[in-house]
Ligand binder design. Structure first.
Ligand code: CTP
Ligand code: CA
Length: 224
């Protein structure tokens, strides 16, 4: 019975998930990136697919594989490409889970040739802002669509998280804890808290990312 319920609980639902880092090209051989492994987003995609959802997984550059037939994977590299893919797919989704560590800025110039070293000289990079995918989806979100963001804060975490919910028109934000060994980037485990738009907070213990994915889905997608 439990197996059946798990299979059916998200059937006929379309869920958009962004995962992994983005790479912002500097020249043909270099980029600005971050340490996101994509594991949390991929675990969410697997769990949603196992519950019967049609999943669109927009993945930045990661070395992870997906096998579930319910997962349609779109591989992108940059924040601009992720924005294009996410805004194209959002319209008919029931929920979007924005797990990706999107670069906030990209180099203003992208050199066609490898940037050469000049002995004894500093090199300044000018960066320009990327679009905010979460905020853009928040602007076009319709009644019934659920938007879930992620955040990792080093200070004033709850205040910052609540202001992100408001600024981006999210329904929930998943706070990643930095404080625990084994939580967050590049780890198989995570420690989270979920805040809803009324500011209510629910804390969870250190768990593997598959279990964390279950907690997130159980506590956010109950109404879709
Ligand atoms: N996000 C996004 N597009 C961006 C930046 C962030 O969709 N260009 C999403 C992330 O995937 C995450 C949420 O917004 O779900 C919060 O990301 P975060 O980096 O914490 O928020 P920022 O608004 O970028 O604020 P900060 O200055 O703290 O980085
Ligand atoms: Ca950011």
């Amino acid at each position: 019975k439990e197996y059946f319920e798990k299979q059916e609980s998200l059937s006929k639902k379309k869920i958009l998930i962004t995962a992994g880092p983005t790479y912002e090209k500097l020249d043909p051989v270099r980029f600005i990136g971050n340490y996101s492994s994509g594991k949390m987003g991929f675990a969410l995609a697997e769990e949603c697919a196992e519950r019967g959802a049609e999943v669109v997984l927009i993945a930045g550059p990661v070395s992870l594989k997906t096998t579930h037939p319910n997962i349609k994977r779109i591989d992108v590299e940059s924040a601009e490409q992720m924005y294009e893919a996410a805004t194209n797919e959002f319209i008919d989704t029931d929920a979007a889970i924005l797990c990706a560590a999107v670069a906030d800025y990209r180099p203003k110039e992208r050199a066609n040739n490898k940037i050469k070293r000049t002995e004894g000289e500093n090199l300044a990079l000018e960066l320009i802002p990327n679009k905010d995918i979460a905020a853009s989806l928040g602007k076009v979100k319709k009644e019934g669509q659920i938007l879930i963001g992620f955040a990792l804060e080093t200070n004033n975490e709850e205040q910052n998280a609540i202001s992100k919910i408001q600024k981006k028109n999210l329904d929930f934000i998943v706070l990643n804890s930095l404080n625990d060994n084994g939580a967050g980037f590049q780890h198989d485990t995570n420690k989270i808290a979920i805040l809803n738009k009324n500011g209510n907070r629910k804390n969870f213990g250190l768990k593997n990312k598959k279990e964390v994915a279950k907690d997130i889905i159980d506590n956010t997608l109950g109404t879709i």
